[in-house]
Design a binder for this molecule. Structure first.
Ligand code: PGA
Length: 214
C-alpha cells in the first residue's frame, strides 16, 4: 500500500481548490482514493480570494487555481486548459447569428461572479482589454446559479466550459464569437520552498497520468 510504502500510518491529503475546479477535482480524487483507499482526503472549495487566504496561511498540501496569485511566491504546474466561453439561453437572438464578434455581444447584460472570483477577474480583464464597460452587470455568487439564471433569460455569461459538462443538453448555447473562448489554464500550486509530501506528490503524478491518457 502506498501509505505504508511512504512510511505513513495515515496518508492525509488536503486540497484547496477554486470553485470552478469542482467539475474536475472529484474525478481525479475519486480514482486516486480507489487506488489508495488508506488516503484520507480533505477537499476544500472557495473562490479565488478565499483560496489565496488559505495558501497564505499554509493550510493545505495542494492548491488548484486557474488565475494564479502572481504576487505570492509559488510553484505552479500547468495541467490542462480552462477555456472561458460565452453562453446564452436557447432561443436567444444571437444563437442563430454567424460571424459574431465582440462588438455584437458587448451590450448584452452579463451575469458575473462575485468579487474575489477568478472567473470575474478574467471577465473584467477581458472587458478592460477591449476598453468597454460592462453594461448593467448582474453579480451572482455561484456558477450553478449563473447557469440557471442564463437559462431563465436574465442575461448572458462568460463561464468555464468545464462548468457546462453536466448541463442538460440544449438549455444553454455556447455562442460562437470570434474572440472566444478566452484561454486560461488549470494549475497545481504549492508554496515555493515547501516540500511536497509523498501523498501529495503521488496525487500530482496521478493527475498528470489521467490527463495524459485523454
Ligand atoms: P473562481 O476561480 O472559482 O474563483 O471563479 C476560478 C479561477 O481561479 O480561475
Amino acid at each position: 500500500r502506498f501509505a505504508q510504502r511512504a512510511g505513513l500510518s495515515v496518508g492525509h491529503l488536503r486540497i484547496s481548490a477554486v470553485t470552478t475546479s469542482k467539475y474536475l477535482v472529484p474525478n481525479w480524487l475519486g480514482s486516486f482514493c480507489r487506488q489508495f483507499p488508506e488516503i484520507e482526503p480533505e477537499f476544500n472549495i472557495g473562490n479565488r480570494a478565499e483560496i489565496i487566504q488559505r495558501l497564505k496561511a499554509n493550510m493545505d498540501d495542494l492548491y488548484i487555481f486557474s488565475h494564479l496569485p502572481k504576487e505570492l511566491d509559488i510553484h505552479a504546474t500547468p495541467i490542462t486548459d480552462n477555456p472561458l466561453v460565452l453562453i446564452a439561453p436557447k432561443g436567444h437572438h444571437l444563437t442563430t447569428c454567424t460571424n459574431l464578434s465582440w462588438e455584437h455581444v458587448r451590450k448584452e447584460r452579463f451575469l458575473i461572479r462575485e468579487k474575489g472570483s477568478g472567473t470575474r477577474h478574467a471577465v473584467e480583464a477581458f472587458f478592460n482589454m477591449y476598453g468597454a464597460p460592462l453594461m448593467r452587470p448582474l453579480g451572482i455568487a455561484s456558477n450553478e446559479a449563473i447557469k440557471e439564471s442564463v437559462v431563465a433569460g436574465l442575461g448572458v455569461a462568460i463561464i468555464s466550459r468545464h462548468a457546462l459538462s453536466h448541463m442538460a443538453p440544449g438549455n444553454l448555447v455556447e455562442l460562437n464569437v470570434k474572440e472566444f473562448p478566452i484561454p486560461s489554464t488549470w494549475y497545481l500550486v504549492t508554496p515555493k520552498g515547501k516540500a511536497m509530501s509523498p501523498v501529495t506528490q503521488a496525487f500530482s503524478t496521478h493527475v498528470d497520468a489521467m490527463l495524459g491518457c485523454k
